[in-house]
Design a protein around this ligand. Structure first.
Ligand SMILES: Nc1ncnc2c1ncn2[C@@H]1O[C@H](COP(=O)(O)OP(=O)(O)OP(=O)(O)O)[C@@H](O)[C@H]1O
Ligand SMILES: [Mg+2]
Length: 237
């Protein structure tokens, strides 16, 4: 068996007096696509932010590529190869597309830029446009492309399809497929678009009260309306 790339063991985290993640354990192996679903407020975003070090770990362990990263800064975790696309698209409206892509990078990684433009030809066409002039879908593409410029070994996506039209969602999912299929980058994707994300992912984790309450192959969960109704509160199809 291949050892997991990312492993969370009994992770506890929260805000002030509130515990949000309550002994959350999960594993992600190379090239995998893992969907994380669950009702609003169950801790999906907190889980991703804790992996990135944006929410402090109170207990448990986070191991990435064999290293315990639970006490590293967010910057150090990014350097180790964790890429993160937050729920709120974090682009700079006053910078151009290309300036957004290279912002914060010491060198201009030509090859990585070319790769990003190859994945998102639309961004290549608009490379000199202001970030604020982009459509919602293009902004999301820019957000994902920016994360890729950091040359991540694993990428965490928080509701990347939110607020986008169905055709744009399909475009994005096609790109996310290429990440794992062609670049072998495993993807952890949090999504409310349950039917679409279960069609995309290999494996699904259902969260409730900050812990995994159900784990199954995504295709199996997609047909399991009872579990979906119970934990996610909506039936698909
Ligand atoms: N910065 C914060 N300070 C205090 N409480 C917070 C903060 N961020 C989130 N919470 C609380 O933590 C809980 C989990 O929030 P989180 O954002 O992780 O949920 P989520 O599963 O991502 O929800 P959604 O599907 O709505 O995005 C919620 O009760 C939320 O109100
Ligand atoms: Mg969230």
């Amino acid at each position: 068996m291949t050892s997991p790339m990312l492993q969370l063991e009994g992770v506890v985290a929260g805000y002030g007096p509130t515990t949000v993640l309550d002994h959350l354990s999960l594993q992600v192996t190379a090239g995998e696509r893992v969907a994380m679903i669950g009702r609003n407020g169950v801790g999906k975003t907190t889980a991703l932010r804790t992996v990135m070090g944006l929410v402090p770990l109170r207990d448990g362990r986070i191991v990435f590529m064999g290293e315990d990263i639970g006490r590293l800064t967010p910057h150090q975790r990014a350097q180790r190869g964790l890429g993160y696309v937050p729920q709120t698209r974090d682009i700079f409206p006053s910078l151009t597309v290309e300036e957004n892509l290279v912002a914060g990078l010491k060198r201009r990684p030509r090859a990585a830029l070319d790769d990003a433009y190859a994945l998102f030809p639309r961004l290549a066409e608009r490379r000199r446009n202001g970030g604020g002039q982009l459509s919602g879908g293009e902004q999301q593409m820019l957000s994902v492309a920016r994360a890729l410029l950091g040359q991540p070994r694993l990428i965490l996506l928080d509701e990347p399809l939110e607020g986008l039209a169905p055709l744009i969602r399909q475009d994005l999912l096609r790109v996310f497929r290429r990440l794992s299929d062609e670049l072998s980058i495993p993807v952890v994707i949090v999504e409310q678009q349950v039917d679409e994300v279960l069609g995309y992912a290999d494996r699904a984790l259902v969260l409730d009260h900050g812990t995994v309450v159900h784990a199954a192959p995504a295709a199996e969960l997609r047909e399991d309306t009872e579990t979906l109704e119970r934990w996610v509160g909506l039936a698909v199809h």
